[in-house]
Design a protein around this ligand. Structure first.
Ligand code: ADP
Ligand code: ADP
Ligand code: SF4
Length: 577
């Protein structure tokens, strides 16, 4: 079976002279052409296409994807149109449970949820005629989705949706937060579960990304519905806030049906009762697995093989190092800094002196507003310190919140040194296919990849990357880890990577710096510590223990009060058994 997909945002037959048709060997035979034009729109016949891939390589705008499927997928649940994305299978919501969805961006998670919400009536791959629920109900006959769609048809299901791009709230709403939420004790109660009662006194325009996230979650929890969908509820929240968010969702929506898309594996694991894995080719097709236990589902996803479906979803396994100490040799000190203090807008920071080595990636952990950015700005000489540092170093910084101007992505890279904007960065972060797009219209994950590539492509002594994992899927997080590590090793430079996804920090870092204190008032920074000590310090402060999954090495949060939790606390081993 073969799938041919055209990205109509990129396809410009007027500019290329309909090149794909003229290079296609089937078209050249002169009988039945595989590539045709219908009303100015290019079409590729999947029946006639022989899968040679010539048009894919020749198209100047990278608009064509041809996939030779290794396995039969059956009838799609929905296809947007000819040569467009199609979705196979659906995640079945379960009342009284949280189901997590894990999988790559662009494989149909949002499409599935829009179908379950009744926003899209699935067409079962027949986009010629108007779809009806009756055929969908017939299609799912004998499964639990039959009764779901019957209730959806009768208008008995209301879905509440926490959107992914929380910054839209700031763009669309103005004024005091208290005017946006229902008045009353329930609102205060829910905000306090999220540690965010203080938001009521603020204006939307002044909120940080993390605060917008908490506002969006609170607003969803306050709405009445049957099915609740949370699209990436972790972004911009620190670890403690991620735990609070998870506990709030579980507690408030105990009897409801909850669906969560989340790429922070420790959070997905902690929050969900079951998971569905979605796999496929981004923008071309996606297929949902059957329901799986959380541990088993996440492990199958990481190992790249779905046992019940008997499908390999990736060529390689994603495994975490089980050792707590980096294998990178610490040979040459790159930068040594003394203990110092810095003050800024009523905030004070004290830093214990430390040393970093050539090629190291230092994970930086701690709550929001604790001075992580202030620390790096102090090293760069942008802030006065006591004693003065005079290190004379330059820093390339990727901020936590990425905003890009409305210009083609290519223009953003026009001043970077081509040698530094190297092939590895372009390839791993998949930048080339974004070069002609308007930067301001990219998705959250695409903006993040561009911002990381830009930061790594500047010549600097130190690199500071603030929450590079936000909006990236797990595979992309792994690639970002690899590219940052390789670029640092090659340039013999050092990166500080601030992040709140524990599995990602574990994966990317050689050592860890821990920031503790009182957000917005005072912060204390440890020197770079080995991972075991660093994580122990942070988790002890937060009161959370982690264990390692024996198969994949991934960190898993222990249930508070469980035997493992109690025993690890007693031994003072918050991170490793
Ligand atoms: P995910 O949520 O997993 O990132 P989506 O469901 O948003 O994936 O999108 C999957 C693919 O479906 C996208 O890459 C896009 O190509 C396509 N798509 C989404 N919405 C539409 C639409 N309204 N019309 C045509 N194609 C769409
Ligand atoms: P981090 O990088 O750890 O988020 P910064 O170095 O940016 O922290 O933060 C310390 C400074 O930032 C303080 O001056 C404080 O006023 C301000 N700040 C940033 N975020 C917050 C927040 N969420 N709450 C309170 N203060 C904050
Ligand atoms: Fe031209 Fe590519 Fe469109 Fe074919 S798919 S018409 S080669 S832009």
């Amino acid at each position: 079976m073969r799938i041919a997909v055209i990205d109509y945002n990129k396809c410009r037959p007027d500019k290329c002279g309909f090149l794909c048709a003229s290079v296609c060997p089937v078209n050249k035979t002169g009988t039945d052409p595989a590539i045709t034009m219908e009303g100015g729109i290019v079409r590729i016949s999947e029946e006639l296409c022989i899968g040679c891939g010539i048009c894919v390589r020749k198209c100047p705008f990278g608009a064509i994807t041809i996939i030779n499927l290794p396995h039969e997928l059956g009838t799609p649940v929905h296809q947007y149109g000819p040569n467009m994305f199609r979705l196979y299978g659906l995640p079945l919501p379960k009342q009284g449970s949280v189901v997590g969805i894990i999988g790559r961006n662009g494989t149909g998670k949002t499409t599935a949820v829009r179908i379950l919400a009744g926003e899209i009536v699935p067409n079962l791959g027949n986009f010629e005629t108007e779809p009806t629920y009756d055929s969908v109900i017939e299609f799912f006959k004998g499964t639990e989705l039959q009764s779901y769609f019957t209730r959806l048809k009768e208008g008995k299901i209301r879905l509440v949706h926490k959107i992914q791009a929380v910054d839209i709230i700031r763009k669309n709403l103005k004024g005091p937060v208290k005017n946006l939420l229902p008045k009353g004790d329930r609102t205060r109660e829910i905000l306090s579960l999220l540690g965010a009662e203080y938001l009521l006194e603020k204006n939307v325009e002044t909120l940080s990304g993390g605060e917008l996230q908490k506002l969006a979650i609170a607003a969803a929890l306050l709405r009445e519905g049957e099915v609740y969908f949370f699209d990436e509820p972790s972004s911009f929240l620190d670890i403690r806030e991620r735990m609070r968010m998870s506990n709030a969702i579980r507690m408030v929506l105990r009897d409801k049906t909850v669906i969560v898309v989340e790429h922070d594996l420790a959070v997905l694991d902690y929050l969900s009762d079951y998971v569905f894995v979605v796999f496929g080719e981004p923008s071309a097709y996606g297929r949902f697995s059957g329901i799986k236990g959380v541990r088993e589902g996440i492990n199958q996803f990481l190992l790249g093989f779905l046992r019940e479906e008997n499908v390999r979803i990736r060529e390689y396994e994603i495994v975490f190092e089980k050792r707590a100490v980096s294998s990178k040799p610490r040979t040459k000190p790159y930068l040594t800094y003394p203990s110092f203090t810095a003050s800024l807008d009523g905030f004070s920071l004290s830093v214990e002196g430390g040393e970093v080595y050539e090629g190291e990636v230092i994970g930086v952990v701690g709550p929001n507003g604790i001075g992580k950015t202030t620390f790096v700005r102090a090293l760069a000489g942008e802030i006065e310190t006591d004693p003065p540092l005079n290190l004379d170093i330059s820093v390339s910084h990727k901020p936590q919140y990425v905003e890009l101007p409305p210009v083609p992505v290519r223009e953003l890279f026009k001043d970077v040194n081509e040698e530094i904007f190297e092939e590895e960065i372009r390839r791993q972060l998949e930048i080339d296919r974004l070069l002609d797009a308007d930067a301001s219209t990219l998705s959250g994950g695409e903006k993040q990849r561009v911002a990381v590539a830009l930061a790594l492509s500047r010549d600097a002594d130190l690199y500071l990357l603030d929450e590079p994992s936000a909006f990236l899927d797990v595979e992309q997080r792994v690639r970002v880890s690899k590219v940052i590590n390789r670029v640092m090793a090659k340039r013999k430079s050092v990166a500080f990577v601030v992040d709140h996804d524990v599995a990602f920090v574990d994966y990317i870092s050689d050592r860890i710096m821990v920031f503790l204190g009182e957000p917005g008032r005072e912060g204390h920074a440890s020197p770079p510590l080995d991972k075991r000590r660093g994580m122990n310090e942070l988790l002890k402060f937060l009161g959370i223990t982690f264990r390692r999954d024996p198969h994949t090495g991934r960190p898993r949060i222990n249930k508070p009060g469980s035997q493992k939790d109690v025993e690890q606390r007693r031994r003072g081993e918050y991170y490793y058994e």
